[in-house]
Write a protein that binds this ligand. Structure first.
Ligand SMILES: CC(C)(COP(=O)(O)OP(=O)(O)OC[C@H]1O[C@@H](n2cnc3c(N)ncnc32)[C@H](O)[C@@H]1OP(=O)(O)O)[C@@H](O)C(=O)NCCC(=O)NCCS
Length: 181
């Protein structure tokens, strides 16, 4: 299992379903994700099972984020869509409950995921997509070394408005430099 200062990244289990369903369909959270429609408990159960299959196949690595001491379920995060030739992958993260935003768990989790990606999967590049209005997200990603590399204009439609989808990435060499600081 992979641990940061306060978080532990572990396999997502069916016993996490109750905690997932608590906030997963809350629009306060969903507005930041790229799919605002609600998900049923059965869909989530299937998704959890699919994370096991895809991890075994070696293409996707999804984790539950839990608090190291209290074991509270904080959310999910992972690396997915591995390109084995280019050694590149996409990153996604969601701290589910609003009460847990801004407490450093996202930054902590991102650092663990990058360590896992570069030091255990031997990746060269990690990318992500983020809505332009997700100021907290963008700030967090920059803090751990991501750079904005482009955007798709008006690619999303949330709360009655188009917004741009920002692309960010980090290369292995940049991550190594960050770690030396
Ligand atoms: C985005 C997310 C992963 C960030 O994790 P987090 O634990 O909330 O963030 P952290 O506490 O580690 O760091 C947040 C940083 O943004 C700043 N911040 C917090 N709220 C902010 C706000 N409303 N506006 C601007 N900056 C904000 C904090 O001050 C902190 O920076 P600092 O350490 O320099 O002070 C988390 O908030 C989350 O999952 N949100 C909902 C779903 C989501 O947006 N997922 C990502 C989709 S791309």
């Amino acid at each position: 299992m992979f641990e940061g200062e306060n978080v532990r990244l572990r396999s997502i289990e069916l016993t996490d379903l109750d905690a997932i369903m608590e906030n997963w369909n809350n629009l306060k959270l969903r507005r930041f994700l790229h799919e605002p429609r609600p998900f049923s408990r059965v869909e989530e159960e299937e998704w959890i099972r699919s994370t096991w299959r895809r991890r075994k196949a070696g293409t996707d690595f999804q984790f539950a984020i839990e608090h190291k001491e209290t074991k509270e379920f904080l959310g999910t995060a992972g690396l997915f869509s591995l390109n084995q030739v280019a050694r590149s992958i996409e990153l996604g993260i969601a701290i589910h409950a609003e009460k847990n935003w801004g407490k450093g768990y996202g930054t902590d989790t991102m650092k663990v995921l990058l360590e896992f990606g570069f030091n255990y999967l031997n990746l060269n590049s990690v990318r992500l997509r983020v809505n332009d209005f997700n100021v907290r997200g963008i700030k967090t990603y920059k803090k751990v070394g991501f750079t904005e590399v482009g955007k798709l204009r008006q690619a999303n439609f949330v709360e009655g408005k188009y917004n741009d989808m920002i692309f960010m990435d980090i290369l292995r060499e940049e991550w190594e430099k960050m770690k030396q600081k």
